[in-house]
Design a protein around this ligand. Sequence first.
Ligand SMILES: Nc1nc2c(ncn2[C@@H]2O[C@H](COP(=O)(O)OP(=O)(O)OP(=O)(O)O)[C@@H](O)[C@H]2O)c(=O)[nH]1
Length: 392
Amino acid sequence: MKTLWNTISRHIVAPTQISAGQVLGLLTPFSRSVHVRRHAAAVIIARVQLIAMLFAVLVPLWAVIDVLVFEPAVAWPLVALRLGSAAVFVGLAWPRELSSRRPYAQAMVMLVVMLMVPPVFYLASMQIIEHSAFSDTQRLVAQLYAFMPTIVLGGLAVFPLTALEILLLALPVTGVAVLGMTADGEALNLASHGATLWFMAMMMGVAMFSGMSQSHYMESLVLKALTDPLTGAYTRRSGSEALELMFRLAAMADKPLTVLFFDLDHFKAINDGYGHDAGDQALCTFVERLRQSLRRSDVLVRWGGEEFVAVLPDMPARELAAFLRRLRAAGFGERPQGGALTASIGAAERQADGALSWNALVELADQRMYGAKHGGRDRAVLPGDEVLSFTA
Ligand SMILES: Nc1nc2c(ncn2[C@@H]2O[C@H](COP(=O)(O)OP(=O)(O)OP(=O)(O)O)[C@@H](O)[C@H]2O)c(=O)[nH]1
């Protein structure tokens, strides 16, 4: 079974290998890291703007067909509808900065607005065309309008979205299509609507597959660019960006934000006594162990050689001592000569320390880490300079 999955994932799903856990992560957006969300937001906005720019030109151009095919009483309201739609597309295509606070929400709002224009156009155009006497050409144009919701579902395939997002975005579009199908009082029925609904479901499936594989590809590239190749922790540069954003969000919502500064104790002795590879291995084990105790929303950064910073949103200062005791009890790995690998830890919390910037928070945690180091190592110094010694 495992071999079969590996074959499918390597040869069919993605050449970068994908685990079952990663597939689950692609079903909903909740496990995406701050960086991946930001990058996904930038990609979504760029694509919305490109498509909107294209439609801002094409939609009014099609007015020529309306004027040629329909009588003025139908054609002019359609032209007005086109101009309204084009105005929305121009608004979407207008150059804008990526929001520094909520880039993903900004991307989603723009996407929803763009996606809803064609279905709304379709519903409104139905009302306008409804009472018109139909020639063959008029019927053809009206049928083309009826395809709009389906085209929108297919269009979702160009965005790096998760399965749940595609489903949620597809719901209102499908709802509008059903409204259109039943507008003349006719109930939904298999014979006349089944094929269209089936086609829409197929389009949604294609969009899900494409969105998930794009998301996976994007995530692996983003993580590769932002993480330290040895330990997989964020690099100092990408970690600082995440910290800046997390600090801003915590300050806006007036929520706690804790920074832990770790410096491994007597690390040089491992390198000197057992070689650089043993040192590397100890660093990897340290990160692995730490990750097991951190939550998905926490961010782990390799600040320097054997210095790490963990950023913990929603961790109030009063819970820190118990958390750090659990962390130390779970262990940071073993030294090659035996005995526990230990760290000196400095902790700072936004609210308890009254920190006004993320730099100030890190600086404070760094100073406290030095306090822990000089106090005898294998200990933590917490806000209020409370010392937590782990030595028995
Ligand atoms: N193996 C390995 N060693 C590294 C890496 N980055 C930094 N180091 C080493 O980490 C050591 C840090 O040692 P020091 O800062 O002098 O301190 P220490 O021995 O940990 O002692 P204290 O911090 O005072 O407890 C240096 O020997 C660096 O060469 C790395 O990526 N791999």
